[in-house]
Design a protein. Structure first.
Length: 141
């Protein structure tokens, strides 16, 4: 019995410490050949974008969690009480949206400003703007 509790505890600790990692999807006209987004680590959040000749990196940026509770209340409060209870207790994350804004920098001082957005359990996507004003679409898996 004691072994099973320790096994369960070990699994919870391992899965609880893993941060969501998303790899850059290299589709379309994006000039980036690789990259990753690692979030839910607070000060250790990481965004990396790799161009053929440069690597851009940002660390420690904020990832904000948004839930439009007033809209959800109108939609579910009197109509679907069970669903409303799950939303309020935090068991239903389908209505949660995450956003991140940061500036990735290369070793030689070049900067790209990025804004990303995704739903809970979804893939981050957004726009990055380089110093010349060129808008670059990025999507992560």
């Amino acid at each position: 019995m004691k072994k099973s509790y320790l096994s369960i505890l070990a699994v919870l600790m391992i899965t609880g410490c893993a941060s969501p990692t998303h790899m850059l999807n290299k589709e379309g006209s994006t000039p980036f050949v690789g990259g990753e987004l690692v979030h839910d680590r607070g000060v250790d959040n990481l965004l990396v974008l790799e161009a053929p000749d440069r690597r851009y990196e940002a660390r420690g940026f904020a990832v904000e969690r948004h839930t439009h509770m007033a809209e959800l209340r109108k939609r579910y409060y009197g109509v679907n009480q069970k669903h409303w209870q799950r939303i309020m207790s935090g068991l239903d994350n389908d209505h949660v949206t995450y956003t991140a804004e940061t500036v990735v920098k290369s070793a030689d001082g070049q900067e790209i400003s990025c804004r990303l957005m995704w739903r809970a359990g979804g893939s981050p996507a957004g726009l990055c703007t380089d110093q010349s004003g060129t808008i670059l679409q990025v999507r992560f898996e």
